[in-house]
Design a protein around this ligand. Structure first.
Ligand code: 5AD
Ligand code: SF4
Length: 448
């Protein structure tokens, strides 16, 4: 028997990191590690970091300072690991500046955590693993031990070959890599057997997925969705994050043909100005994006859209910014994320001469977020009075309440029994609150 040990994982950043944190816990479970909610109580703490925007490294060092105190309180026994994209980009610097860190590991090496823990447990050893190993990490991961719940993430693709001017991902996550359909379907079935009813397929460029199919052919994401939608009891499928250039006709047809594929898509466009899109190396124009949206709406008239925007990329003029605002007005987004451009070391845009002043970025971001907020409220308002299928994911905040999500990822709460968790119900939306919708049960559609 392995001795029970306590693991605490701190997760920053994207959904891929959330998934990775779960998988790291799975890899460590055979060594006796079980999750605990407070770092003070843990024998091992993993800080899973994000490098995408501002002050990423400074934030890591400040958190490490806090964890150092806990490690000292444990008599130096606590194992401290830094994982994720900051670890990948600044591993050596972390070990030098924070010598009390035991393990630094990049996103491609966490299947080797047991060896790293064994090495680090020998007093005084620091371990760094930030290569991109040739073996496929996914072939070396155990089946997930801890059920993710009614909704789950499943990484099918990692890395990026697009090299947008502003972005660190191609450097921290490496080249595009797709898992095979067989391993994805196996993992999806396993999740469903543990009670999952909605799976979100993850990838930095998820719609660029092209993997070995179960028939010996190379499949695209549309074909994979068809295969997954045949899994009994898997009610809903989503995928994120996509690139406009990879929205193939077959994938759009999957939205038309498969009821399990939700009519909601996160499709980052970043800017509405062709000049900026070229400077960003996005390899598409604003009209290309409009055409894709048109096709998606033809395929699924109820399709709701979300996107990412960057204001103040080097060289962005007022006219470029206005082109972004015009695109937003035209498309009408249900939701969106927006950011001020942030210089990332080692990326092409970081050294560009025409950096936009911070005060100008602030002004543009405020205007952009004002418009996006209006559209989000408008979209949520437009749902009031509709009957929407809601997948119940857990209890609500108040006694007697349950909560779930609409096809458009909105949080919905209603009165009902917790026995209904994991079922999809038809719910009449009666009110729009700032962060959720309130509904009443119309009809119960339980799954077998
Ligand atoms: N500055 C600002 N935003 C960025 N993003 C990525 N890199 C940067 C950067 N350097 C945003 C993009 C991307 C999202 C995940 O983060 O909008 O789609
Ligand atoms: Fe970054 Fe562009 Fe790749 Fe997205 S497509 S991960 S923004 S380089």
């Amino acid at each position: 028997m392995t001795e029970p040990k306590r693991l605490h994982v701190i997760t920053w950043g994207c959904q891929m990191n959330v998934y990775d944190s779960g998988r790291m816990a799975d890899v460590l479970a055979p060594l006796g590690y079980a999750p605990v909610s407070a770092p003070e109580d843990a024998d091992m703490v993993i800080l899973n970091t994000c490098h995408i925007r501002d002050r990423a490294a400074a934030k890591v060092f400040s958190e490490l300072g806090r964890l150092r105190v806990m490690k000292e309180a444990s008599g130096g026994k606590m194992i401290l690991a830094v994982a994720g994209c900051v670890a990948q980009a600044e591993g050596a610097e972390i070990l030098a500046r924070a010598p009390y860190v035991d393990i630094v590991l990049g996103p491609q090496t966490y299947h080797r955590l047991p060896e790293m823990v064994a090495l680090a447990s020998r007093a005084g050893n620091q371990v760094i693993e930030t290569d991109f190993p040739a073996e496929d990490k996914f072939d070396h991961l155990p089946e997930s031990q801890t059920p993710q719940g009614v909704t789950a993430f499943l990484t099918i693709q990692e890395g990026c070959d697009k090299f947008c001017s502003f972005c660190v991902v191609p450097y921290t996550r490496g080249a595009e890599q797709s898992r095979s359909a067989a391993t994805i379907v196996r993992e999806a079935r396993h999740l469903v057997s543990q009670g999952t009813r909605e799976i979100t397929l993850l990838g930095q460029n998820v719609n660029a997925w092209h993997g070995d199919g179960t028939d010996g052919m190379t499949w695209g994401l549309g074909r994979l969705l068809r295969e997954l939608s045949d899994i009994p009891d898997l009610l809903r499928l989503r995928y994120t994050t996509s690139h406009p250039r990879d929205m193939s006709d077959d994938l759009i047809a999957a939205h038309r043909d498969l009821p399990a594929v939700m009519p909601y898509l996160h499709l980052p466009v970043q800017s509405g100005s062709d000049r900026m899109l070229a400077a960003m190396n996005r390899k598409h124009t604003a009209d290309d994006f409009r055409r894709v949206i048109g096709k998606l709406r033809d395929a699924r008239p109820d399709m709701a859209l979300s996107s990412d925007f960057i204001v103040g990329h080097p060289g962005e003029t007022e006219a470029d910014f206005e082109a972004t605002m015009a695109l937003i007005r035209e498309v009408n987004f249900a939701m969106a994320y927006s950011f001020k451009y942030s210089q990332r070391p080692g990326t092409p845009a970081a050294g560009a001469p025409a950096q936009v002043p911070e005060s100008e970025k602030d002004r543009r971001l405020q205007a952009l977020q004002g418009l996006l907020r209006e559209q989000q409220v408008g979209f949520n308002d437009s749902c009031v009075g509709l009957d929407l299928p809601v997948l119940i994911t857990g209890p609500g905040r108040h006694p007697g309440q349950i909560g779930g999500r609409s096809p458009f990822l909105q949080a919905v709460h209603l009165s009902g029994s917790t026995d209904l968790i994991g079922t999809e119900l038809m719910v009449r939306i009666v009110e729009n609150y700032p962060n959720s919708l309130a509904g009443t049960l119309v009809q119960e559609r339980r799954i077998a």
